[in-house]
Ligand binder design. Structure first.
Ligand code: ZN
Ligand code: ZN
Ligand code: FE
Length: 754
């Protein structure tokens, strides 16, 4: 059969994932000649051989590509055969501008795991094994392009065996930048809680295993930062970790040795199992099945457990040896970034940990674990970090280059790169100096990596956010405009950007707190958004928050504020449930005089208030604890009823929650079960979503903001809106919480500029 030749350009995530060695092996196994090379926005290749084998090549290219590869488009053209006989991996074409690729960290692939577990393999039990398909990337990257001298592997000289693998086209480790082995790569050390080294090398792992078995708290230097490990089956150890971390109730994530072991404890759908085993390997929130031996203190009063599988050989070796579920939580204090070096652990977590299992491969930047859940077939990201960041999100239009600094909590920044947006990893909260330092470093790093010159700097409208002040300074430094985007506008714009919606869109932006241009705290908003334009369609009837922001930790304050609008006498009476008389009187006076009692239209605070009215949490030890209790109460109640939440005739229309609150109290006082009341409340909000959508007259409806982390609310509102004929968009690849704001800021500010 005569030879034919094809040229193909493959776009998508095809760099830094082992794609070229894969193409090499595929082509040579089919006896095809030609070449492959990295090029602009993807990979360029030519293959030559009989037509039937070329056909098989392109079919298998899609079906057998490395798991982390995401092929978005393949364009194939026929070219004249050249009579070549060999297949080669070509160096990048220097004349073709190569789009910078910032590869994310990828979970250890099956082949590397098998090697680590193979007693005869050269890398048996070696915790830093990796290949072109897996291993550290972004967390060890100092500069672009992504080559070994530009990573923290630069100080490790490859041994002859590793160098041979690195140079062999078709080897799984061909140009695997972090390639390493026991002879030439990083080494473990176990230190005590004060950082004094005790044992190094393979014995360090065994000593760490014994420490966990003894109930100790071990700080583990993982992929993108330190984590804290304890035996998840040991209640006393878990409670000790809670006491030392001063984290009384917020759920911990659990590392299982394998998917099979996880299944014995958890209800896993096929989609959930696939997500857990994916190269992104997030912490996945899944339904518990009994307690499965995991101590109740790991995720108290929560129907779900945050679960993950080993995503480095180090995690796999520890989990194998311990053969039990392990609490594996970020090595930080609440809201702070993860510690990335020993000195930070000793300084910030010295009183928390008993041992430190560390190594000599430096981490450049904290990259926390991603957190997700599966809704149907969709993987919904709630925290976008390891495995996902800093991948880009494609836009339907090209926009000016905007640097967006995000919000204040769950901070993330974004860079508008024309028709794509690079969204950084989750950076934590910006309350403390540690968070701000990581924030500043991320801005500097990403701008340097991409040689980014902003045409504008976008921020939230809140004048007191640290990120807003930084935006102001950055705009002045670059001599470009500073564009402030209202918080909920940014939430809706993030949905537009994620789903590529250029048509006018109704966004239901329901969350805790966002600065409103009228001086009140927004958060129960319906906004009509088209690019940079926004109109407030409706909002919740405002109510006062005595003590302002303190209401976030004390849902009882929201309840008091709500009742003061509904019925002041009732407020004074009910307050006795939650406050001592003197405190109650102070708060009621604050409300009556309007002093330190800002008005809010926040949906998050409405959730808090209803939770407190039902006795589901007057105070929170972590963000939205009470609202979550309300969600869990509603989750499995078979209840179709809904409370009234009428929408007024004005524009913006006011959603009057007073009939709803009155009905909640009446049901409660009649002894109706809290689960039933919680369900009627959720149903009321789903119905309300339809009423608002009808009044706005737009076909596309986005559900966005932190409240839609609530699965019952998100699925309920979606179902009722779709039944009413609306097209509904919820976030998947970008968090619905403030972690998505920066993407929306790029979209809104970019449109305003354009
Ligand atoms: Zn691998
Ligand atoms: Zn080596
Ligand atoms: Fe928000």
């Amino acid at each position: 059969m005569a030879s034919e030749r094809r040229q193909a350009r493959i776009k998508g995530v095809v760099q830094g994932v082992g794609f070229r060695p894969f193409v090499y092996r595929l082509a040579t196994s089919l006896g095809l000649a030609g070449w492959v090379q990295n090029g602009a926005a993807g990979v360029l290749l030519e293959v030559e051989g009989p037509a039937d084998r070329l056909e098989r090549f392109f079919a298998r290219l899609r079906t057998e590509a490395p798991p982390a590869a995401g092929i978005e488009a393949t364009s194939v053209t026929a070219v004249a055969p050249r009579g070549e006989t060999a297949f080669t991996i070509r160096p990048s074409d220097r004349n073709e501008p190569v789009e910078p690729t910032l590869p994310p960290d990828l979970a250890t692939c099956e082949e590397c795991l098998a090697e680590v577990r193979d007693g005869a393999a050269r890398r048996h039990a070696y915790p830093f094994t990796n290949c072109t398909r897996c291993g550290p990337r972004y967390s060890i990257l100092e500069r672009l392009p992504y080559d070994r001298p530009h990573t923290t592997m630069k100080s490790f000289a490859m041994c002859a065996d590793c160098a041979a693998e690195y140079r062999t086209p078709g080897d799984r480790r061909f140009h695997a930048q972090p390639i390493a082995c026991p002879r030439c790569g990083p080494r473990l050390t176990l230190a005590d809680g004060g950082g004094r080294p005790q044992v190094s090398g393979p014995d360090a792992l065994a000593a760490a295993v014994r420490a966990v078995e003894a109930g100790e708290i071990v700080a583990l230097k993982g992929l993108g930062g330190f984590q804290l490990l304890v035996d998840a089956t040991d209640s006393a150890a878990v409670l000790r970790l809670r006491a030392r971390k001063r984290r009384p109730a917020k759920p911990f994530a659990v590392l299982f040795p394998s998917l099979e072991r996880a299944r014995t404890h958890l209800e896993l759908s096929a989609a959930e199992a696939a997500a857990l085993a994916s190269p992104e390997a997030p912490i996945l929130l899944v339904l518990k099945r009994g307690d499965g031996g995991v101590a109740a203190a790991v995720a108290p009063d929560n129907p779900r457990l945050g679960v993950m599988l080993p995503y480095t050989p180090l995690h796999a070796l520890l989990a194998d040896a311990l053969d039990r579920p392990l609490v594996c939580t970020s090595g930080n204090l609440s809201g702070e970034p993860m510690c990335i070096d020993d000195a930070e652990v000793i300084e910030r977590l010295g009183g928390v940990v008993d041992r430190i299992l560390t190594h000599d491969r430096p981490i450049v930047r904290p990259v926390d674990d991603s957190v997700a859940r599966v809704d149907g077939a969709d993987v919904v990201l709630l925290r976008r970090a390891r495995g996902h960041a800093p991948r880009t999100i494609r836009l339907p239009v090209a926009l000016p280059r905007v640097l967006a600094v995000g919000g204040h909590l769950k901070a993330a920044i974004a860079l508008g790169l024309g028709d794509r947006v690079l969204l950084s990893q989750h950076l934590g909260d910006l309350d403390g100096p540690e968070g701000l330092e990581v924030f500043d470093r991320s801005v500097a790093d990403l701008m340097a990596f991409l040689d980014f010159k902003p045409e504008a700097v976008a921020s939230d409208l809140h004048p007191d956010y640290a990120s807003t002040r930084r935006a102001h300074e950055l705009a002045a430094r670059y001599g470009v405009p500073h564009i402030a985007i209202q918080h909920h506008h940014a939430h809706v714009a993030a949905a537009a950007a994620e789903h590529g919606l250029t048509r006018p869109l109704l966004g239901l932006a329901w969350d805790g707190t966002g600065y409103g241009p009228d001086g009140t705290i927004w958060g129960g908003e319906a906004l009509a958004v088209e690019g940079g334009r926004v109109e407030r369609v409706s909002h919740l009837l405002p109510f006062p928050l005595p003590g302002g922001e303190r209401a976030v930790e004390e849902p009882r304050r929201s309840a008091l504020g709500l009742l003061s609008v509904l019925d002041p006498d009732r407020a004074a009476h009910e307050a006795g449930r939650w406050f001592a008389p003197a405190e109650r009187d102070v708060l009621l006076r604050m409300i009556a005089r309007g002093v330190n009692a800002p008005l809010t239209s926040s949906m998050g605070r409405l959730f808090d208030a209803v939770a407190a009215l039902l006795g589901l949490g007057a105070r929170c030890s972590f963000e939205s604890e009470a609202a979550m209790a309300l969600e869990f109460a509603a989750e499995h109640a078979a209840e179709d009823g809904a409370y009234p939440l009428p929408l007024g005739p004005d524009r913006p229309a006011v959603a009057d929650w007073r009939p709803l609150a009155a009905a909640v109290l009446a049901d409660r006082d009649r002894g109706v079960a809290p689960a039933r009341i919680a369900a009627r409340f959720h149903n009321a909000l789903a119905d309300h979503a339809v009423a608002v959508a009808r009044s706005a007259g737009l076909e596309d409806v986005a559900l966005t903001g932190g409240c839609f982390q609530n699965r019952t609310l998100a699925l309920g509102a979606r179902a009722r809106l779709e039944a009413a004929g609306f097209r509904v968009y919820t976030h998947c690849r970008v968090p619905t919480n403030d972690g998505g704001l920066a993407l929306g800021q790029v979209w809104a500010a970019g449109h305003r500029l354009a």
